[in-house]
Design a protein around this ligand. Structure first.
Ligand SMILES: Nc1ncnc2c1ncn2[C@@H]1O[C@H](COP(=O)(O)OP(=O)(O)O)[C@@H](O)[C@H]1O
Ligand SMILES: [Mg+2]
Length: 501
């Protein structure tokens, strides 16, 4: 020891100690408790050792990329976007973030941070991929937030179990059945007409007549008959005459489509004069096509369904209302399309005076049937979607693929242009599984990136309820999770399996 001390010499502390000075000792650093973190032990690259523990004989090749966070989304465009707030219906799991996925279209519109300007939702997917089930689960889960649901045309009667579970008996419309719906109903705007001041009556008249004209134009247009200013004047004046508006009646009479047709077919002199025709013959010649188109509808597709005053008493405070249309199936696609157009107008009428906070989900399953009727039918749908912001309605359109909507006309036609616009009126798009060919189409019409397309044509095809949700420009890879009762209520395979779930 002494030798060692002699070799190293005295250090400063010992030297100062000889002179009676004590240097303060340096406190020993506290021993930091080791932060174990979420990973207790490192897993070797080839996986943990042991039987059945996932050990790979050869390690997976690693490719190393180095880039800035600004460049990363270009290479991996479907990288998880910032999440959505947990409001509205909890739909399932967002597989990109691993968190729960919530759907709240109206909430998204009111949130500045989310790039959504309208609450409309369009759902695409191959048949049987779970489009209807997703929408039903959404409607059911939004009930708790005060939303009511209106199913405008249930062409397969598949919403019936859901309605009955909520204690509501759906209306059944079909040939030979007593239920009638008048698409030319006044709706709530007609209430208390006699007490209205002139300005308000004029305003309401404009709204009601505009809606009627859109409907008649859609119906006549579905017969491939042009509907120009001549037809518009004739129909407008006939409706004014029928309702008593022209004679300034305090109580307006509700028109029906057969009455309108009769008024045009056997025009009173007053109508001929209002439309500025020299005589009856002149009027009849000018409106022949229009009259024949309406006549064909009155005797054909509309007969016994939409040709009289509404007989169903709809309880608008009920949690759900649905009109089952499967009985129309034997009458053909165009009959179903016409029924949907009529219901569209009727449903719109019922929403014309919506109380603030009266929130609705309007479901239009199998929308393509209406689209096929042509540009005019499409325009009436378009008008509804534009109004959804005002009415705080969540409009949900269900279709197989975007080109279904484009079948209304040839590529350069007005119908196709409207159909394209319709897609842009739906800021939320839910894309269920699709075949490869449709995937390319989605790329072209919705601007999907190749990686997003692969999610739709690959991952989403592999399971029911899997979908790519596009909320504005953000993408979410979502698996909708149904509870056991919901699975029973959404079961649509009876015809295939021969029994309920
Ligand atoms: N997320 C899901 N989990 C489990 N089963 C589902 C899911 N979504 C739908 N299904 C089932 O798949 C079947 C077809 O769904 P459906 O919604 O009718 O398809 P689509 O409307 O796309 O034709 C139904 O029996 C339904 O219960
Ligand atoms: Mg369906």
């Amino acid at each position: 020891m002494i030798r060692r001390a002699a070799r190293s010499g005295r250090d400063v502390a010992v030297l100062l100690d000889d002179f009676g000075h004590r240097l303060p000792a340096v406190p020993a650093p506290p021993r930091a408790a080791r932060d174990r973190g979420p990973f207790a032990e490192l897993v070797p690259r080839r996986g943990p050792r042991g039987c059945g523990r996932g050990r790979a004989a050869t390690p997976a090749p690693l490719s190393v990329w180095r880039m800035t966070s600004e460049q990363a989304p270009v290479v991996w465009p479907l990288i998880a976007t910032s999440g959505l707030p947990p409001t509205g219906a909890q739909m399932g799991i967002d597989l990109l973030s691993g968190g729960a996925f919530y759907c709240d279209p109206v909430g998204w519109v009111t949130d500045e941070a989310i790039p959504v300007t309208n609450p409309n939702v369009v759902v695409f997917g191959k048949p049987g991929r779970g489009k209807s089930a997703t929408v039903k689960a959404f409607a059911l889960r939004m009930l708790g937030y005060g939303y009511r649901t209106l199913v405008l045309g249930d062409t397969k009667d598949e919403y019936e179990p859901l309605c009955r579970a909520l204690g509501v008996e759906p209306f059944v419309v079909g040939p030979g059945l007593p239920a009638r719906v008048n698409p030319l109903a006044f709706g709530p705007l007609g209430h208390g007409w006699d007490a209205l001041d002139a300005a308000e009556a004029r305003r309401r008249e404009a709204v009601v007549f505009a809606r009627w004209l859109v409907l008649i134009r859609g119906l006549v247009g579905s017969q491939a008959v042009p509907f120009g200013p001549v037809e518009e004047t004739a129909v407008g004046e006939a409706l004014r005459l029928l309702t008593g508006y022209r004679t300034a009646a305090t109580r307006l009479t509700e028109p029906t489509i057969p009455r309108l047709w009769r008024a045009l077919d056997e025009p009173p002199d007053e109508l001929v004069a209002c439309c500025r025709y020299a005589d009856r013959r002149h009027f009849l010649d000018a409106t022949r096509l229009l009259r024949d188109a309406l006549g064909a509808l009155v005797k054909g597709s509309l007969a016994g369904l939409f040709d009289d005053h509404t007989t169903v008493a709809v309880d608008w405070r009920a949690p759900i209302q649905s009109l089952s249309l499967s009985r129309l199936e034997p009458l053909g696609d165009s009959a179903v399309g016409i029924a949907l157009t009529c219901l569209n107008s009727w449903g719109q009428a019922m929403r014309e005076i919506a109380d603030p906070g009266d929130l609705r989900i309007v479901i239009r399953d199998e929308t393509w049937r209406q689209m096929r009727l042509g540009p005019e039918a499409m325009k009436s749908l378009d008008a509804n979607l534009r109004l959804s912001r005002r009415d705080a309605d969540v409009q949900m359109l269900l279709a197989h693929k975007p080109s279904d909507m484009l079948t209304a006309g040839d590529a350069a036609s007005q119908a196709v242009a409207i159909a394209r616009d319709l897609l842009h009126l739906c800021d939320v798009k839910v894309l269920h599984g699709q075949d490869q060919a449709v995937g390319d189409e989605l790329g072209a019409s919705l601007g999907l990136t190749p990686i997003a397309q692969r999610v739709v044509t690959g991952w989403a095809v592999a399971g029911k309820g899997r979908a790519l949700w596009l909320v504005g420009d953000r993408a979410f890879q979502v698996q909708t999770v149904l509870t056991a009762p919901e699975l029973r209520l959404t079961y649509t395979n009876e015809a295939l399996t021969g029994g309920p779930a």
